[in-house]
Design a protein around this ligand. Structure first.
Ligand code: HSE
Length: 438
């Protein structure tokens, strides 16, 4: 690239002026001189597509040409399209068309990358243009760069991450303030963390999208969203948050990707994490991603995982790399046609310890009956807590089992539920120990 070209302002078109889009414009204006000093050229938003021109926006739109359709950006005099609309269409059409006509693209669209990543990444590789997606995972945490470049020499064996800020916010508020689930969710929505459809946060879809992207880079596999096990957060009750705390754990929303001898495990679920582990301290809307590689060992990244300006920070990092002509040519770190579909381990063979809460009749032998069933399945009880019977009838029991397979645990649980002593609602959650860091 010649010097004259490098000094020309980088012309940016933004598709979508929602929370993050406005954040990008605000930060580009506020930090304009330091950004210019770092890239040797100005970053200027010249175009933006907006759905509703009358809506008040918290950023300066002076000098920005406003377009009714995002697809108009393809024909506009810009160098980069920043796609912040989310959703599959028209985002996919916009990105693929923009790449085809020689524009670079920056996107925060985790759903698109996780579900149609093969199409957009192939379009980027074919065009030779950059496709930056740092903002798609972990908000402001530069995890894509860390995984793709910083840890490029490692065989990554596992990733465990708090990668949905809304879920973490909900569980943190339940833990710290005794809020019920709905109150905490309403707060997260008000603060702008939640997706347009908050069930994406609560049911693990958003985290699964992000996990699919991380696993693709870490394990050299095509993004594999549909096969990720997802368990909703709304199965966690305030009582479980308290019991877990007494047992020495915090309940955290984890996305887990593990490489085993027979394949890869991909799952998203609320998880008990020992209170001494770094992930247990990560509260509010913060995200944290623990990556374990064969050379580096454990690396934990913690930072703001949601919100306008942290996400803008990641978008702008990609824009700066493009402005400097340094954006990576392979979005997933290796050519898409060399990625290998990996066998995914069926859930039944996933190994984990379990938390179980149930009610037992207050009668001699009830506990023995329960532990006998566990012993028959070679499951040992690692920790146990029983609350005094209420109304002289039922005792609430919470226990943590030894590590066992999902299928073994389910067999035991089914037998426990058939006992004449068990009553009412049963809650089961998985426990992660992270053996290498105690
Ligand atoms: N709804 C997402 C979250 C926003 O709560 O983490 C960032 O992707």
């Amino acid at each position: 690239m010649n010097k004259a070209r490098n000094e020309r302002p980088l012309r940016i078109g933004v598709a979508g002026l929602g929370t993050v889009g406005q954040g990008v414009l605000r930060v580009l204006a506020r930090n304009a001189s330091l950004i210019q000093a770092r890239c040797g050229r100005k970053l200027v938003v010249t175009h933006a597509s907006i759905r509703d021109r009358n809506k008040r926006r918290d950023c300066d739109l002076n000098g920005v040409a406003l377009l009714d359709s995002p697809l108009e950006l393809v024909e506009s005099e810009i160098d980069v399209v920043v796609e912040l609309m989310g959703g599959l269409e028209p985002a996919e059409r916009l990105i693929v068309s923009a790449l085809k006509v020689g524009k670079s693209v920056v996107t925060a669209n985790k759903a698109l990358l996780a579900e149609r990543g093969d199409i957009v990444i192939e379009a980027a590789e074919r065009s030779g243009q950059a496709l930056g997606f740092e903002a798609a995972v972990g908000g402001g945490i530069p995890v894509i760069q860390v995984l793709r470049e910083g840890l490029a020499g490692n065989e990554v064996d596992s990733i465990s991450g708090i990668i949905n800020g809304t879920s973490n916010y909900i569980l943190s508020r339940m833990t710290q303030e005794d809020l019920v689930f709905d109150e905490a969710l309403a707060e997260a929505q008000k603060l702008g963390y939640a997706e347009a459809n908050p069930s994406f946060d609560v049911e693990g879809t958003d985290a699964a999208h992000k996990l699919a992207i991380l696993a693709a880079i870490a394990f050299g596999m095509p993004p594999s969203f549909t096969s990720i096990l997802r368990e909703s957060l709304d199965g966690v009750h305030l009582q479980d948050v308290h019991l877990a705390k007494e047992l020495g754990y915090r309940i955290k929303p984890l996305g887990i990707a593990k490489r085993g001898n027979d394949g890869i495990e991909l799952r998203v679920h609320p998880t008990l994490v020992p209170t001494h582990h770094p992930l247990a301290f990560v509260d509010g809307s913060l995200n944290a991603i623990r990556i374990h590689g064969d050379i580096v060992g454990q690396t934990v990244l913690i930072g703001a995982g949601a919100g306008a300006e942290p996400t803008a920070s990641a978008v702008i990092a990609d824009l700066i790399e493009i402005a400097k002509g340094r954006a990576p040519s392979l979005p997933l770190g290796q050519p898409i046609n060399l990625l290998k579909t990996q066998p995914l381990l069926p859930l039944e063979s996933a190994q984990s310890a379990f938390y179980l809460r149930l009610q037992l009749t207050d009668t001699p032998g009830a506990l023995r009956a329960l532990t006998t069933i566990l012993a028959e399945q070679k499951i040992s009880v690692e920790a146990i807590l029983q609350k005094e019977p209420h109304e002289q009838k039922f005792a609430t029991l919470a226990l943590i089992t030894s590590v066992t397979s999902e299928s073994n645990y389910s067999r035991a649980l089914n037998k426990i539920l058939e006992l004449p002593f068990t009553h009412g609602q049963t809650v089961r959650l998985r426990v992660e120990y992270f053996e290498d860091l105690k």
